[in-house]
Design a protein around this ligand. Structure first.
Ligand SMILES: NC(=O)C1=CN([C@@H]2O[C@H](COP(=O)(O)OP(=O)(O)OC[C@H]3O[C@@H](n4cnc5c(N)ncnc54)[C@H](OP(=O)(O)O)[C@@H]3O)[C@@H](O)[C@H]2O)C=CC1
Ligand SMILES: CC(=O)[C@@H](O)[C@H](O)COP(=O)(O)O
Ligand SMILES: [Mn+2]
Length: 393
């Protein structure tokens, strides 16, 4: 690595895994404003070949990859004569992550991001982590790889980014509580019976953030906050009992740390992912970002309430999975990915998502995975069971 202490005068070579998604595009928005500082090594996508090719050319990337082998020729054609190398499929995704960029944005959605993110970790890169699912599904085995290879995870998920900014690493013993805020999503105050009938269009209409479909549904079920609880457990070693969730509909306060002397440090910012992404890009410095500025006088009121586990059972499922250990989080995440995809394609109802996750957890034989290969095997077994449960609904 060449740039772990990049300063105002040094360039930081970057790669973006999941460059065409919501986080990927906002990362590109930042780096495209300062191309001299952020030369682009590799960009990856899945099906959005037009966007990938356009950005690869505009940012002079060296390598562009689609996860879908069937789209290889299309991408190659789009980039012919540009000098940009082209790849497709799982091995090419890993090659993109292995290329020598000091900073890598992990923004593929779902556990599909695990192998390429690990490839970046294994060469000791600075990894801006948006893809929470890879940390949830591989847990301690993932963080052990980070330690072993001297990599550094820079949390890009807004709440974890907030906590990373306010948690004093030498004062962990004096931390009473770490609190992640949750917007409550589009159905925060909807009666349970009405939730039964909500459509994918309603579920992806997040009140504060513009995000990909999968995480938007997770916010609507509040599984997103459950996944984030597990993510926080792996990023911030304060112990499960000191991690809490607080509903805050405005998404202005992103995280809080309660200290033993009664002090509470909070992180505030407009709901604009370019702020946490900019923090990871500039780390350990801080740099100007074009994000929305917070105008508290205009906002006027911030409100808070306790989460409702009865209407949002995914919260309890995730907390239980975290407490159980033994691969439960891997199963929870895999089943949730299958159930959310089924809901988005209208094969199950909104409330079935939690049901599929609960039934998959009940039915899957659990043995704590002892290697990444075992994580992948458990993830696939849980997907098969969840897929059968979807078909049976
Ligand atoms: N959006 C947000 O504000 C936030 C997102 N996150 C997390 O960041 C991650 C990305 O979220 P978001 O940007 O919203 O998601 P999007 O759905 O908008 O983007 C996902 C990206 O992953 C690519 N992709 C999809 N499937 C695969 C696959 N099987 N293999 C390789 N690449 C694939 C997509 O390519 P293509 O477009 O070509 O299909 C796209 O580039 C998620 O883990 C999410 O939880 C965390 C905090 C905030
Ligand atoms: C922007 C971000 O970090 C998302 O994870 C966001 O937190 C989703 O909103 P919810 O609080 O509704 O889950
Ligand atoms: Mn978040």
């Amino acid at each position: 690595m060449t740039d772990t202490s990049a300063t105002a005068s040094t360039a930081r070579h970057v790669s973006i895994l999941g460059a065409t998604g919501s986080v990927g595009r906002q990362t590109i928005d930042l780096i495209a404003r300062d191309p001299e500082r952020y030369p682009v090594e590799a960009l990856t996508a899945n099906g959005n070949i037009d966007q990938l090719a356009e950005d690869a050319i505009r940012l002079r990337a060296r390598f562009a990859v689609t996860a879908d082998p069937a789209r290889y020729l299309e991408l190659k054609q789009r980039l012919s004569g540009t000098g940009i190398a082209v790849g497709a499929g799982p091995d090419a995704l890993i090659e993109a992550a292995e290329r020598p960029a000091g900073w890598v944005m992990a923004a593929i959605v779902g556990s599909a991001g695990l192998a390429p993110t690990l490839a970046a970790v294994r060469r000791g890169a600075l990894v801006a982590l948006a893809n929470k699912e890879c940390l949830v599904c591989a847990g301690d085995l993932f963080t052990a790889e980070v330690q072993r290879h001297g990599a550094r995870l820079l949390p890009a998920d807004s709440e974890h980014n907030a906590i990373a900014q306010i948690l004093e690493p030498d004062r962990i013993d004096a931390v009473e509580r770490v609190v992640l805020t949750a917007s409550g999503g589009p159905f925060r105050s909807m009666p349970l019976d009405e939730m039964r009938r909500v459509t994918p269009e309603q579920a992806v209409a997040h009140p504060n953030w513009s995000m990909g479909a999968k995480i938007s549904v997770d916010s609507a079920t509040m599984m997103n906050k459950g996944l984030e609880l597990i993510e926080a457990h792996h990023l911030f070693p304060v112990g499960i009992d000191r991690l809490d969730i607080l509903v805050h509909p405005q998404s202005i306060v992103h995280g809080l740390v309660y200290y033993a002397d009664g002090s509470v440090l909070a992180h505030l910012g407009a709901p604009d992912m370019r702020t946490p992404i900019a923090w990871t890009l500039a780390w350990p410095d801080r740099r100007h970002a074009p994000s929305d500025r917070l105008d508290l006088a205009r906002i006027g009121t911030l409100s808070f309430e306790a989460p409702d586990d009865r209407r949002f059972p995914c919260l309890a499922l995730a907390r239980d999975a975290l407490k159980c250990g033994d691969g439960a989080a891997t199963i929870l995440n895999a089943a949730n990915e299958v159930a959310v995809a089924a809901f988005l394609s209208r094969r199950i109802g909104f409330l079935d998502i939690a049901g599929i996750v609960a039934d998959t957890l009940d039915g899957e034989a659990r043995r704590a995975p002892t290697s990444i290969d075992e994580v992948i095997a458990l993830d696939q077994a849980a997907r098969r069971r969840a897929t059968d449960l979807v078909a049976a609904r």
